[in-house]
Design a protein around this ligand. Structure first.
Ligand code: FES
Length: 108
């Protein structure tokens, strides 16, 4: 996470996202998926798989990765990088938890 990020915007509570699931936030033309891990960490990245734009928000979260629902590429939630032999990256966004509130940093 980029600790120098600015423009923190509250986007909802941790309880709004199911464990190992995601919730989407619209930002202009971009859909940002905010993920919750089994141990209540949060990550944010564009809801677009680097393979063929699959909706990562509908994938399975495991450890600090999400598996795309379309063709099972595994994307690292911290870096946005495809894992293993697959090659590509999804844009990530700074996100933080303060208590139960989730804050996202994007340029508005
Ligand atoms: S679109 Fe995600 S694995 Fe193909």
């Amino acid at each position: 996470m980029n600790l120098m990020a600015k423009n923190w915007v509250a986007i909802g509570s941790l309880q709004d996202i199911p464990p190992q699931g995601a919730r989407c936030v619209e930002h202009g033309d971009t859909t940002i998926a905010v993920f919750r891990t089994h141990d209540n960490r949060v990550f944010a990245m564009e809801d677009k798989c680097p393979h063929k734009n699959g909706p990562l928000s509908q994938g399975i979260v495991h450890d600090n990765c999400v598996t795309c629902p379309l063709h099972n590429w595994v994307i690292n939630l911290e870096t946005g990088l495809a894992q293993g032999a697959d090659d590509g990256a999804t844009a990530t966004f700074p996100v933080k938890l303060e208590g139960e509130m989730i804050y996202l940093s994007v340029e508005f």
